[in-house]
Design a protein around this ligand. Sequence first.
Ligand code: NAD
Length: 386
Amino acid sequence: MRTVAIIGTGNISGFHLDGYIAFPERCKIIALCDIVPEKCKAKKQKYGLDGAAVYASHTEMLNSLAGKLDLVSICMPPFCHAEIAVDCLNAGVNVLVEKPMATSLAECDVMIDAAKRNGKTLAVVAQNRFRTPIMNLKKTLDAGLIGRVLHAQIDSHWWRGHSYYDLWWRGTWEKEGGGCTLNHAVHHIDMLGWVLGLPEAVCAMLANTAHDNAEVEDLSVAVLRYAASPLTAKGALAQITSSVVHHGEEQQIIFQGETARISAPWKVTANTASPDAFPADDSVAASHIAELNTFYDALPRLNYTAHTGEIDNVLASLEGTDTLLVDGAAGRRTIELITAIYKAGASAVTVALPLSKSDPFYTAAGIVAAAPRFYQKTTSVKDFGG
Ligand SMILES: NC(=O)c1ccc[n+]([C@@H]2O[C@H](COP(=O)([O-])OP(=O)(O)OC[C@H]3O[C@@H](n4cnc5c(N)ncnc54)[C@H](O)[C@@H]3O)[C@@H](O)[C@H]2O)c1
Protein backbone atom coordinates (compact mmCIF):
# COMPACT_ATOMS: atom_id res chain seq x y z
CA MET A 1 0.00 0.00 0.00
CA ARG A 2 1.62 3.27 -1.17
CA THR A 3 0.99 6.47 0.78
CA VAL A 4 0.31 9.50 -1.38
CA ALA A 5 0.16 13.30 -1.02
CA ILE A 6 -0.99 15.98 -3.45
CA ILE A 7 0.87 19.30 -3.53
CA GLY A 8 -1.24 22.02 -5.13
CA THR A 9 -4.96 21.37 -4.81
CA GLY A 10 -6.25 23.55 -7.66
CA ASN A 11 -7.89 22.55 -10.95
CA ILE A 12 -5.87 19.56 -12.06
CA SER A 13 -5.55 17.96 -8.62
CA GLY A 14 -9.05 16.48 -8.93
CA PHE A 15 -7.85 14.23 -11.78
CA HIS A 16 -5.01 12.96 -9.58
CA LEU A 17 -7.39 12.40 -6.66
CA ASP A 18 -9.78 10.46 -8.92
CA GLY A 19 -6.84 8.42 -10.17
CA TYR A 20 -5.54 7.41 -6.75
CA ILE A 21 -9.04 6.78 -5.42
CA ALA A 22 -9.59 4.30 -8.27
CA PHE A 23 -6.98 2.00 -6.65
CA PRO A 24 -7.93 1.79 -2.95
CA GLU A 25 -6.13 -1.52 -2.46
CA ARG A 26 -2.84 -0.10 -3.80
CA CYS A 27 -2.59 3.42 -2.38
CA LYS A 28 -3.94 5.78 0.23
CA ILE A 29 -4.04 9.59 0.11
CA ILE A 30 -2.62 10.70 3.47
CA ALA A 31 -1.97 14.42 2.89
CA LEU A 32 -2.99 17.46 0.88
CA CYS A 33 -0.82 20.58 0.63
CA ASP A 34 -1.50 24.04 -0.78
CA ILE A 35 -0.34 27.53 0.07
CA VAL A 36 -4.08 28.21 0.22
CA PRO A 37 -5.04 25.48 2.72
CA GLU A 38 -8.77 26.21 2.28
CA LYS A 39 -8.42 24.56 -1.13
CA CYS A 40 -7.08 21.40 0.55
CA LYS A 41 -9.95 21.43 2.99
CA ALA A 42 -12.49 21.74 0.18
CA LYS A 43 -10.93 18.80 -1.69
CA LYS A 44 -10.69 16.79 1.51
CA GLN A 45 -14.40 17.22 2.06
CA LYS A 46 -15.40 16.68 -1.57
CA TYR A 47 -13.44 13.42 -1.86
CA GLY A 48 -14.22 12.17 1.67
CA LEU A 49 -10.53 12.01 2.63
CA ASP A 50 -11.20 11.96 6.35
CA GLY A 51 -7.77 10.71 7.41
CA ALA A 52 -5.76 13.08 5.20
CA ALA A 53 -3.65 15.77 6.89
CA VAL A 54 -3.65 19.31 5.47
CA TYR A 55 -0.47 21.38 5.09
CA ALA A 56 0.18 24.94 3.95
CA SER A 57 3.82 24.27 3.09
CA HIS A 58 5.45 21.32 1.35
CA THR A 59 8.55 21.48 3.58
CA GLU A 60 6.39 21.29 6.68
CA MET A 61 4.61 18.31 5.11
CA LEU A 62 7.85 16.53 4.16
CA ASN A 63 9.28 17.04 7.67
CA SER A 64 6.15 15.92 9.43
CA LEU A 65 5.68 12.83 7.22
CA ALA A 66 9.39 11.88 7.03
CA GLY A 67 9.68 8.16 6.30
CA LYS A 68 5.90 7.78 5.95
CA LEU A 69 5.26 9.15 2.46
CA ASP A 70 5.88 7.14 -0.74
CA LEU A 71 4.61 9.33 -3.57
CA VAL A 72 3.57 12.93 -4.25
CA SER A 73 1.67 14.42 -7.14
CA ILE A 74 2.98 17.90 -7.93
CA CYS A 75 0.07 19.96 -9.26
CA MET A 76 1.36 23.49 -8.96
CA PRO A 77 2.23 26.15 -11.55
CA PRO A 78 5.17 25.26 -13.82
CA PHE A 79 7.72 27.63 -12.26
CA CYS A 80 7.64 25.72 -8.93
CA HIS A 81 7.79 22.17 -10.34
CA ALA A 82 11.59 21.76 -10.24
CA GLU A 83 12.23 23.16 -6.78
CA ILE A 84 9.44 21.20 -5.11
CA ALA A 85 10.17 17.98 -7.01
CA VAL A 86 13.81 18.13 -5.93
CA ASP A 87 12.80 18.76 -2.28
CA CYS A 88 10.50 15.72 -2.41
CA LEU A 89 13.08 13.47 -4.10
CA ASN A 90 15.74 14.56 -1.58
CA ALA A 91 13.28 13.63 1.19
CA GLY A 92 13.11 10.12 -0.30
CA VAL A 93 9.66 10.54 -1.87
CA ASN A 94 8.79 9.43 -5.43
CA VAL A 95 7.33 12.15 -7.66
CA LEU A 96 4.64 12.39 -10.32
CA VAL A 97 4.92 15.94 -11.66
CA GLU A 98 2.29 17.66 -13.79
CA LYS A 99 3.09 18.87 -17.27
CA PRO A 100 5.10 20.75 -18.29
CA MET A 101 7.88 18.94 -16.44
CA ALA A 102 9.62 22.30 -15.83
CA THR A 103 10.21 25.65 -17.47
CA SER A 104 13.72 24.84 -18.76
CA LEU A 105 16.09 22.01 -19.62
CA ALA A 106 18.38 23.03 -16.74
CA GLU A 107 15.51 22.46 -14.31
CA CYS A 108 14.72 19.11 -15.93
CA ASP A 109 18.34 18.04 -15.47
CA VAL A 110 18.35 19.01 -11.78
CA MET A 111 15.17 16.96 -11.28
CA ILE A 112 16.53 13.92 -13.14
CA ASP A 113 19.76 14.16 -11.16
CA ALA A 114 17.88 14.33 -7.83
CA ALA A 115 15.86 11.22 -8.76
CA LYS A 116 19.03 9.31 -9.67
CA ARG A 117 20.97 10.41 -6.56
CA ASN A 118 18.12 9.38 -4.28
CA GLY A 119 17.18 6.20 -6.13
CA LYS A 120 13.59 7.47 -6.53
CA THR A 121 11.08 7.51 -9.36
CA LEU A 122 10.44 10.71 -11.28
CA ALA A 123 7.34 10.44 -13.48
CA VAL A 124 5.90 13.20 -15.66
CA VAL A 125 2.24 13.61 -16.53
CA ALA A 126 1.49 12.91 -20.20
CA GLN A 127 -1.97 11.47 -19.65
CA ASN A 128 -2.98 11.57 -23.30
CA ARG A 129 -0.63 8.69 -24.08
CA PHE A 130 -3.00 6.68 -21.91
CA ARG A 131 -5.90 6.91 -24.34
CA THR A 132 -6.77 3.97 -26.51
CA PRO A 133 -6.58 5.82 -29.89
CA ILE A 134 -3.13 7.21 -29.08
CA MET A 135 -1.72 4.02 -27.56
CA ASN A 136 -2.96 1.99 -30.53
CA LEU A 137 -1.80 4.52 -33.13
CA LYS A 138 1.69 4.15 -31.65
CA LYS A 139 1.41 0.34 -31.76
CA THR A 140 0.36 0.50 -35.42
CA LEU A 141 3.34 2.73 -36.30
CA ASP A 142 5.72 0.52 -34.29
CA ALA A 143 4.47 -2.52 -36.22
CA GLY A 144 5.93 -0.90 -39.35
CA LEU A 145 2.68 -1.26 -41.26
CA ILE A 146 2.91 2.13 -43.00
CA GLY A 147 6.66 2.05 -43.57
CA ARG A 148 8.80 4.98 -42.53
CA VAL A 149 7.11 8.28 -41.73
CA LEU A 150 7.47 11.00 -44.40
CA HIS A 151 5.34 13.70 -42.79
CA ALA A 152 3.56 14.28 -39.49
CA GLN A 153 0.85 16.86 -38.93
CA ILE A 154 0.14 17.88 -35.36
CA ASP A 155 -2.92 20.07 -34.90
CA SER A 156 -2.78 21.02 -31.22
CA HIS A 157 -5.81 23.26 -31.56
CA TRP A 158 -7.34 24.63 -28.37
CA TRP A 159 -9.44 27.68 -27.63
CA ARG A 160 -9.21 29.84 -24.51
CA GLY A 161 -10.99 33.13 -23.86
CA HIS A 162 -9.18 36.39 -23.23
CA SER A 163 -9.38 36.18 -19.42
CA TYR A 164 -7.60 32.79 -19.41
CA TYR A 165 -4.29 34.61 -18.99
CA ASP A 166 -5.55 36.72 -16.09
CA LEU A 167 -4.85 33.89 -13.61
CA TRP A 168 -1.87 35.00 -11.49
CA TRP A 169 0.67 32.48 -12.80
CA ARG A 170 -0.45 32.35 -16.44
CA GLY A 171 0.72 34.56 -19.28
CA THR A 172 4.31 35.32 -18.21
CA TRP A 173 7.54 33.69 -19.31
CA GLU A 174 8.73 33.67 -15.74
CA LYS A 175 5.83 31.82 -14.10
CA GLU A 176 4.00 29.91 -16.83
CA GLY A 177 7.26 29.36 -18.70
CA GLY A 178 5.68 29.99 -22.09
CA GLY A 179 2.32 30.04 -23.80
CA CYS A 180 0.27 27.45 -25.68
CA THR A 181 3.31 25.67 -27.12
CA LEU A 182 4.50 24.75 -23.61
CA ASN A 183 1.22 24.40 -21.78
CA HIS A 184 -1.25 23.08 -24.33
CA ALA A 185 0.68 21.55 -27.23
CA VAL A 186 2.92 19.86 -24.65
CA HIS A 187 0.53 16.90 -24.86
CA HIS A 188 0.86 16.48 -28.62
CA ILE A 189 4.58 17.29 -28.59
CA ASP A 190 5.05 14.53 -26.02
CA MET A 191 3.24 12.10 -28.32
CA LEU A 192 5.30 13.15 -31.34
CA GLY A 193 8.57 12.70 -29.41
CA TRP A 194 7.36 9.36 -28.07
CA VAL A 195 6.62 8.11 -31.59
CA LEU A 196 9.44 9.63 -33.65
CA GLY A 197 12.09 10.83 -31.18
CA LEU A 198 13.78 14.22 -31.57
CA PRO A 199 14.13 15.89 -34.98
CA GLU A 200 17.51 17.16 -36.17
CA ALA A 201 16.34 20.74 -36.88
CA VAL A 202 13.45 23.08 -36.06
CA CYS A 203 12.22 26.40 -37.41
CA ALA A 204 9.19 28.25 -36.07
CA MET A 205 7.18 31.43 -35.75
CA LEU A 206 5.50 32.59 -32.56
CA ALA A 207 2.58 35.01 -32.36
CA ASN A 208 0.04 36.43 -29.97
CA THR A 209 -3.07 37.12 -31.99
CA ALA A 210 -5.92 37.42 -29.49
CA HIS A 211 -4.63 37.70 -25.91
CA ASP A 212 -3.26 41.19 -25.37
CA ASN A 213 -3.15 40.50 -21.63
CA ALA A 214 -0.28 38.00 -21.94
CA GLU A 215 3.44 38.18 -22.60
CA VAL A 216 3.46 34.73 -24.14
CA GLU A 217 2.38 33.29 -27.50
CA ASP A 218 -1.18 32.13 -28.16
CA LEU A 219 -0.23 30.63 -31.54
CA SER A 220 2.89 29.05 -32.98
CA VAL A 221 3.70 27.08 -36.08
CA ALA A 222 6.83 24.96 -36.18
CA VAL A 223 8.40 22.80 -38.87
CA LEU A 224 10.69 19.96 -37.82
CA ARG A 225 13.12 17.97 -39.96
CA TYR A 226 14.16 14.41 -39.13
CA ALA A 227 17.27 12.45 -39.99
CA ALA A 228 16.97 9.03 -41.61
CA SER A 229 16.05 6.33 -39.09
CA PRO A 230 14.11 3.07 -39.06
CA LEU A 231 11.04 5.26 -38.26
CA THR A 232 11.61 8.32 -40.44
CA ALA A 233 12.70 8.81 -44.03
CA LYS A 234 15.70 11.11 -44.55
CA GLY A 235 14.41 14.67 -44.45
CA ALA A 236 10.95 13.72 -43.15
CA LEU A 237 9.08 16.81 -41.96
CA ALA A 238 6.60 17.43 -39.18
CA GLN A 239 4.46 20.51 -38.72
CA ILE A 240 3.11 21.48 -35.32
CA THR A 241 0.42 24.10 -34.86
CA SER A 242 0.09 25.08 -31.20
CA SER A 243 -2.91 27.27 -30.57
CA VAL A 244 -5.42 28.57 -28.08
CA VAL A 245 -7.26 30.53 -30.78
CA HIS A 246 -8.85 27.67 -32.73
CA HIS A 247 -12.65 27.61 -32.51
CA GLY A 248 -13.95 24.09 -32.10
CA GLU A 249 -10.62 22.73 -30.81
CA GLU A 250 -10.40 20.16 -33.64
CA GLN A 251 -7.25 18.25 -32.77
CA GLN A 252 -5.51 15.57 -34.76
CA ILE A 253 -2.20 13.89 -35.24
CA ILE A 254 -1.61 12.50 -38.74
CA PHE A 255 1.27 10.37 -39.97
CA GLN A 256 1.92 10.00 -43.69
CA GLY A 257 3.99 6.87 -44.17
CA GLU A 258 5.53 5.28 -47.24
CA THR A 259 2.51 3.03 -47.76
CA ALA A 260 -0.42 4.69 -45.97
CA ARG A 261 -1.74 7.57 -43.88
CA ILE A 262 -2.99 6.93 -40.33
CA SER A 263 -4.14 9.29 -37.62
CA ALA A 264 -5.76 9.92 -34.26
CA PRO A 265 -8.75 10.21 -34.43
CA TRP A 266 -8.33 6.95 -36.36
CA LYS A 267 -8.58 7.19 -40.10
CA VAL A 268 -6.60 5.33 -42.71
CA THR A 269 -6.09 5.98 -46.39
CA ALA A 270 -3.56 4.63 -48.87
CA ASN A 271 -2.60 5.12 -52.47
CA THR A 272 -0.72 3.05 -54.97
CA ALA A 273 0.55 4.39 -58.28
CA SER A 274 -1.03 3.86 -61.69
CA PRO A 275 1.37 3.54 -64.67
CA ASP A 276 1.47 7.33 -65.05
CA ALA A 277 2.30 7.67 -61.31
CA PHE A 278 -1.03 9.24 -60.42
CA PRO A 279 -3.05 7.56 -57.64
CA ALA A 280 -4.48 4.29 -58.93
CA ASP A 281 -7.95 3.14 -58.12
CA ASP A 282 -7.02 -0.44 -57.39
CA SER A 283 -7.52 -3.31 -55.00
CA VAL A 284 -3.94 -3.20 -53.64
CA ALA A 285 -4.55 0.04 -51.75
CA ALA A 286 -7.97 -1.18 -50.62
CA SER A 287 -6.51 -4.37 -49.20
CA HIS A 288 -3.74 -2.41 -47.40
CA ILE A 289 -6.40 -0.17 -45.86
CA ALA A 290 -8.32 -3.28 -44.78
CA GLU A 291 -5.13 -4.79 -43.31
CA LEU A 292 -4.48 -1.64 -41.25
CA ASN A 293 -8.07 -1.45 -40.03
CA THR A 294 -8.00 -5.12 -39.03
CA PHE A 295 -4.71 -4.71 -37.14
CA TYR A 296 -5.94 -1.56 -35.35
CA ASP A 297 -9.36 -3.01 -34.47
CA ALA A 298 -7.73 -6.08 -32.91
CA LEU A 299 -5.60 -4.01 -30.49
CA PRO A 300 -6.81 -4.04 -26.88
CA ARG A 301 -8.63 -1.11 -25.31
CA LEU A 302 -7.07 0.38 -22.16
CA ASN A 303 -8.69 -0.54 -18.84
CA TYR A 304 -7.79 2.81 -17.29
CA THR A 305 -7.34 5.99 -19.26
CA ALA A 306 -5.89 9.49 -18.95
CA HIS A 307 -4.63 10.49 -15.46
CA THR A 308 -6.03 7.28 -13.94
CA GLY A 309 -4.22 5.22 -16.59
CA GLU A 310 -0.95 7.00 -15.91
CA ILE A 311 -1.35 6.68 -12.14
CA ASP A 312 -1.98 2.94 -12.63
CA ASN A 313 1.34 2.78 -14.54
CA VAL A 314 3.24 4.81 -11.90
CA LEU A 315 1.93 2.59 -9.08
CA ALA A 316 2.76 -0.55 -11.09
CA SER A 317 6.31 0.71 -11.65
CA LEU A 318 6.70 1.28 -7.89
CA GLU A 319 5.27 -2.21 -7.27
CA GLY A 320 7.77 -3.65 -9.76
CA THR A 321 5.08 -5.05 -12.07
CA ASP A 322 5.44 -2.67 -15.03
CA THR A 323 7.90 -0.25 -16.62
CA LEU A 324 7.35 3.46 -16.08
CA LEU A 325 6.08 4.86 -19.39
CA VAL A 326 6.74 8.59 -18.91
CA ASP A 327 9.94 9.14 -16.94
CA GLY A 328 12.13 12.21 -16.46
CA ALA A 329 13.99 11.61 -19.72
CA ALA A 330 10.68 11.54 -21.65
CA GLY A 331 9.52 14.75 -19.94
CA ARG A 332 12.87 16.37 -20.75
CA ARG A 333 12.69 15.38 -24.44
CA THR A 334 9.36 17.21 -24.71
CA ILE A 335 10.85 20.31 -23.05
CA GLU A 336 13.84 20.12 -25.39
CA LEU A 337 11.61 20.21 -28.47
CA ILE A 338 9.51 23.05 -27.07
CA THR A 339 12.65 24.99 -26.13
CA ALA A 340 13.92 24.54 -29.69
CA ILE A 341 10.61 25.94 -31.01
CA TYR A 342 10.96 28.94 -28.67
CA LYS A 343 14.58 29.53 -29.68
CA ALA A 344 13.74 29.21 -33.38
CA GLY A 345 10.77 31.55 -33.05
CA ALA A 346 12.49 34.10 -30.83
CA SER A 347 15.71 34.22 -32.83
CA ALA A 348 14.35 33.60 -36.37
CA VAL A 349 16.94 30.88 -36.89
CA THR A 350 16.83 27.18 -37.72
CA VAL A 351 17.79 25.40 -34.51
CA ALA A 352 19.81 22.19 -34.52
CA LEU A 353 19.08 19.55 -31.89
CA PRO A 354 20.14 18.46 -29.34
CA LEU A 355 20.52 21.76 -27.47
CA SER A 356 23.75 22.12 -25.50
CA LYS A 357 24.06 23.14 -21.86
CA SER A 358 25.84 26.29 -22.99
CA ASP A 359 22.84 27.36 -25.09
CA PRO A 360 21.27 30.59 -23.77
CA PHE A 361 17.87 28.82 -23.92
CA TYR A 362 19.08 26.00 -21.61
CA THR A 363 18.13 27.92 -18.46
CA ALA A 364 14.84 29.52 -17.44
CA ALA A 365 16.68 32.85 -16.97
CA GLY A 366 18.04 32.58 -20.53
CA ILE A 367 14.55 31.98 -21.94
CA VAL A 368 13.06 34.82 -19.91
CA ALA A 369 15.79 37.16 -21.21
CA ALA A 370 15.43 36.18 -24.89
CA ALA A 371 11.73 35.39 -25.34
CA PRO A 372 9.45 37.88 -27.10
CA ARG A 373 7.07 39.77 -24.83
CA PHE A 374 4.00 40.25 -26.99
CA TYR A 375 2.05 42.25 -24.40
CA GLN A 376 2.28 43.17 -20.76
CA LYS A 377 0.34 41.16 -18.23
CA THR A 378 -1.71 43.79 -16.47
CA THR A 379 -4.41 41.78 -14.71
CA SER A 380 -3.73 39.11 -12.10
CA VAL A 381 -6.56 37.21 -10.42
CA LYS A 382 -5.92 34.69 -7.66
CA ASP A 383 -8.65 32.28 -8.68
CA PHE A 384 -11.54 32.12 -11.10
CA GLY A 385 -13.67 30.67 -8.33
CA GLY A 386 -14.17 27.28 -9.99
N1 NAD B 1 -2.41 17.38 -17.51
C1 NAD B 1 -3.29 18.31 -17.89
O1 NAD B 1 -4.09 18.11 -18.81
C2 NAD B 1 -3.32 19.62 -17.17
C3 NAD B 1 -4.44 20.45 -17.24
C4 NAD B 1 -4.44 21.65 -16.52
C5 NAD B 1 -3.31 22.02 -15.80
N2 NAD B 1 -2.21 21.20 -15.78
C6 NAD B 1 -0.99 21.57 -15.06
O2 NAD B 1 -1.19 21.42 -13.67
C7 NAD B 1 -0.45 22.42 -12.97
C8 NAD B 1 -1.43 23.21 -12.10
O3 NAD B 1 -2.43 23.77 -12.92
P1 NAD B 1 -3.88 24.08 -12.35
O4 NAD B 1 -4.71 24.39 -13.53
O5 NAD B 1 -4.30 23.02 -11.42
O6 NAD B 1 -3.56 25.43 -11.56
P2 NAD B 1 -4.35 26.04 -10.31
O7 NAD B 1 -3.91 27.45 -10.20
O8 NAD B 1 -5.80 25.73 -10.42
O9 NAD B 1 -3.77 25.19 -9.09
C9 NAD B 1 -2.45 25.32 -8.66
C10 NAD B 1 -2.46 25.23 -7.15
O10 NAD B 1 -1.11 25.23 -6.68
C11 NAD B 1 -1.09 25.97 -5.47
N3 NAD B 1 0.29 26.38 -5.21
C12 NAD B 1 1.00 27.33 -5.83
N4 NAD B 1 2.25 27.38 -5.30
C13 NAD B 1 2.31 26.42 -4.35
C14 NAD B 1 3.32 25.98 -3.47
N5 NAD B 1 4.52 26.54 -3.46
N6 NAD B 1 3.03 24.98 -2.59
C15 NAD B 1 1.79 24.41 -2.58
N7 NAD B 1 0.80 24.80 -3.39
C16 NAD B 1 1.06 25.79 -4.28
C17 NAD B 1 -2.05 27.12 -5.73
O11 NAD B 1 -2.50 27.73 -4.54
C18 NAD B 1 -3.17 26.41 -6.50
O12 NAD B 1 -4.18 25.93 -5.63
C19 NAD B 1 0.24 23.26 -14.04
O13 NAD B 1 1.54 22.78 -14.24
C20 NAD B 1 -0.60 23.02 -15.28
O14 NAD B 1 0.12 23.18 -16.49
C21 NAD B 1 -2.22 20.01 -16.42
